[in-house]
Design a protein around this ligand. Structure first.
Ligand SMILES: *Cc1c(COP(=O)(O)O)cnc(C)c1O
Length: 514
């Protein structure tokens, strides 16, 4: 869906075929259907005996007919339209889009690890259990917390795990509470998790420095508050310097301190979470410990737990038994005496565990410490260089991501969205936009430690040039029309959200039964 009000700036480069350069205008597979074509050439069966009786299908199945080269080309071209961290710089704030070393992929594909089955007898899966035990050990070591649940399948799932442990602990002490407090800069998954868990969500304001207002938090704490969920470093890219005071106040009020650890990449090897008073925290293995993500593929959100919550952790988990390692599958086994149950089929995202262990082992503890140092250095490099033309939202050093707002675009008629679209023509994936909500027209940039200075310089030069062009005031249309060099221009996102067309051909609905 293109915007009809937009003049097509790229008309001059229209071609007869509709393709541009070697970038193809790709049709939907049903549109290139050649009925009768097939990738395989099988003879008609000799004995076409009907063994299905009246259930035999009479009509076609409606699959497109294509030759093998047509299928290969179609999907290869589609795959080339994907933008990914392997194609270029991907400064999407809060997402930690960093290079995934190929070694991890190689390890995850080792037949002994890739072909294992979750129902295999424990005696034949000792290596896999040991890998999970090693991962659990490293994550406990890196956070200083005594217990861990490996099975949550993503960050949001880890949050749910943490809150379910908290709910189980409160219920066990006969103290069911009803409210979870979340700062206004929180990632959307935090309030969503609390709501799914049955809690009323209340927002805590910021203090003007991009951090939680400790006094406002203290004022709201009371006997109805079950937990406080705080992201640290937070979504403004800043360290919550009063985290310990927050934890103390939360504990004094009889509540639990949940820390969203999705941004662990900024502090890995440097901060002992146990010393900050954290009760539960998930870690996004796919962000910090290098599993390709962003396409909805498997991730993992292991959740570390304090002593107070350890007994409520979900099953399964690895235990050391008399005949080697075993999997505790039920409450009452091993450490989790009061386990609230199971969150997921089988043991968790095993392939992601393999990548994380390979990544940790190849970096070592000192290497992981350097990861966070370099991630923070790169973010501050962007913050300082881009501040020449852009407006940084908060003074002082940031953590893993640099937050800008739209004050630098004031009176230009150009919005954050226009600016981000113009970045695409320059060959850069836009940063996170309009999030966090606490600043106006946010641009949140997370370079990660795996980008070189040359890449960051090229990015800065393009962004600074765009900002100067925006401020000159003579190129508003260029920004409004951007992107002009992409296979698709600006989409009518409202229309797409309100009236999504999810089928190629509408299928007639059967008449509803009376
Ligand atoms: C990514 C992220 C999450 C959610 O993680 P998923 O794996 O996408 O579910 C939660 N909080 C923060 C701060 C994040 O950046």
């Amino acid at each position: 869906m293109t915007n009809p009000n937009q003049k097509n700036v790229a008309d001059a480069s229209q071609t007869v075929s509709g393709h541009r350069g070697l970038s193809f205008e790709e049709a939907i597979i049903f549109e290139i259907d050649t009925p009768g074509s097939s990738a395989v050439d099988l003879p008609e069966p000799e004995h076409d005996r009907d063994r299905l009786g009246g259930l035999r299908r009479r009509g076609g199945v409606g699959l497109p007919g294509l030759s093998e080269p047509d299928v290969v080309r179609h999907y290869t071209r589609l795959s080339q339209k994907n933008y990914s961290i392997d194609s270029g710089f991907y400064p999407l704030g809060s997402c930690t889009m960093k290079h995934n070393p190929r070694l991890n992929e190689k390890m995850a594909r080792l037949p002994g690890l890739a072909d294992i089955h979750p129902f295999q007898p424990a005696s034949t899966a000792q290596g896999a259990y040991r890998l999970m035990d090693t991962l659990a050990h490293w994550l406990k070591e890196l956070t200083g917390l005594p217990a861990i649940a490996l099975s949550p399948a993503a960050g949001a799932h880890g949050e749910l795990c943490g809150l379910m442990c908290i709910r189980a602990a409160l219920q066990a002490s006969g103290d069911a509470r009803s409210v979870v407090l979340v700062p206004e800069s929180a990632h959307g998954t935090n309030p969503a998790t609390a709501a799914i868990c049955g809690y009323a969500v209340e927002s805590i304001p910021g203090n003007g420095n991009g951090r939680v207002d400790l006094n406002a938090l203290k004022e709201r704490l009371g006997p109805d508050v079950a937990a406080v969920m705080i992201t640290n470093p937070n979504t403004c890219g800043l360290f919550e310097t009063e985290a310990k005071e927050i934890a103390d106040a939360v504990h004094t009020a009889g509540a639990y301190f949940y820390m969203d650890g999705a941004n662990f990449n900024a502090i890995v090897g440097r901060v002992t979470l146990a010393e900050l008073g954290v009760d539960a925290m998930h870690i996004n293995l796919h962000k910090t410990f290098s599993t390709p993500h962003g396409g909805g593929g498997p991730g993992a959100g292991p959740t570390v737990l304090s002593e107070a919550l350890a007994a409520f952790a979900p099953v399964p988990f690895v235990v050391h038994g008399p005949r080697g390692l075993a999997m505790a599958e039920h409450a009452g086994q091993g450490e989790a005496q009061h386990s609230f149950g199971r969150m997921k089929g089988f043991q968790g995202q095993f392939g992601v565990f393999v990548r994380a262990v390979a990544y940790m082992m190849s970096f070592g503890k000192d290497g992981l410490r350097q990861v966070s140092g370099d991630a923070v250095l790169n973010a501050n490099y962007l913050r300082v260089r881009l501040s020449e033309e852009l407006t940084a939202s908060y003074d002082g050093i940031c953590m893993h991501e640099a937050l800008f707002d739209d004050r630098f675009l004031k009176d230009t008629g150009i919005t954050t969205l226009d600016f981000a679209k113009a970045m695409i023509d320059e060959g850069f994936h836009p940063p996170t936009m309009y999030f966090p909500l606490v600043v106006h027209g946010a641009l949140l940039m997370e370079p990660t430690e795996t980008e070189s200075k040359a890449t960051l310089d090229q990015f800065c030069e393009s962004v600074l040039a765009l900002a100067r062009k925006a401020k000159r005031g003579d190129a508003v249309d260029d920004f409004k029309n951007a992107p002009v060099l992409t296979p698709r221009r600006r989409l009518d996102e409202t229309q797409a959200a309100r009236k999504p067309v999810l089928r190629w051909k509408p299928v007639p609905m059967p008449q509803a039964a009376e």
